[in-house]
Design a protein around this ligand. Sequence first.
Ligand code: TXA
Ligand code: MG
Length: 326
Amino acid sequence: MQSTLRIETHNLHLAAELIAQGKTVAFPTETVYGLGADALNEQAVERIFLAKGRPSDNPLIVHIASLDQLDQVASTVSPLANILIQRFWPGPLTIVVPRKPNVPNLVTAGLDTVAVRMPEEPLARELIRLAGRPIVAPSANRSGRPSATTWESVLADLDGRIDAIVCGNPTRIGLESTVVDTTGSEPTILRHGAITQEMIVQVCGSVSSGNSELQLRSPGTRHRHYQPQAKVQIVDDLGRLEPTLQRCGMIGICDPSEMESREIQLRKDFPQATIRYCASLDDYASNLFEFFRHCDTLGVVRIYCQQVAPHGLGRAIMDRLERAAQ
Ligand code: TXA
Ligand code: MG
């Protein structure tokens, strides 16, 4: 493959034509950038795995723009799945449902289920609508690396390996969608995201807690994930670290009124550090992966990440931090 075509957002029809021709096209969603291809074209799907260097036992999410398209890939939609769809679609929620036989095996990694999501980002839905078919889209990064939340980061990983990219805005949420298995009597969260466990319990009454079988059901959880080149270390409080002259990265959260004084203090103790304080959990989530990538371009050797309470969006943040720190 030669160079990757940059497509402006007002030229979405061109991106849609390329998808229909079996090409790979990256595009923004509200969570992270996705690497899209025609979900029902096995050769196109194969090109995604090649571009990302993704293990073939890790299935993909099918992105849809209408409920008709859900019927094209799902054999049944349980009452539980319907509750989640009505409450959270379009949005950052992926549901796992029994698949139809026409879905290529490569998409589902041979499982008898398929993961489906209707994104909230209007540009993503318009692309799917114009392409006239469901689009599979894993996160648009080299396998194992942090997901990309800007088109520049997509190209840093995949320039020359994918056919085109829609150069949209940075993504709003910054962490991948929540993945929920809806094939049992209770929902099972396979990956935490911006649709939180608390929100799911509120509409479904309960969630079943994860167990080792969960690993089998969401093969993606077995693989290395979200890792920058720098070593990631989770800490209680950035302010309590031993001072060092080493080049390090530091990301944490604090009240906006204290941000300036905390930064001044840290700069004294860590003159070579790259510091990012976030004002909220939303801010932490949307900055995290881009911060990892930024630290890598600076050649930072260690990134200190402040832990957060594992509630609400904090669960998704801690999940990504723990995987990055492995
Ligand atoms: O926010 C997102 O979900 C982004 C954007 C582009 O939509 N996509 C994304 O895709 O994060 P990916 O491929 O990086 O992650 C898909 C996750 C993996 O953990 C995979 O194992 C899981 O979904 N998954 C896919 N199909 C599944 C299935 N049939 N059963 C269980 N887990 C599945
Ligand atoms: Mg991914």
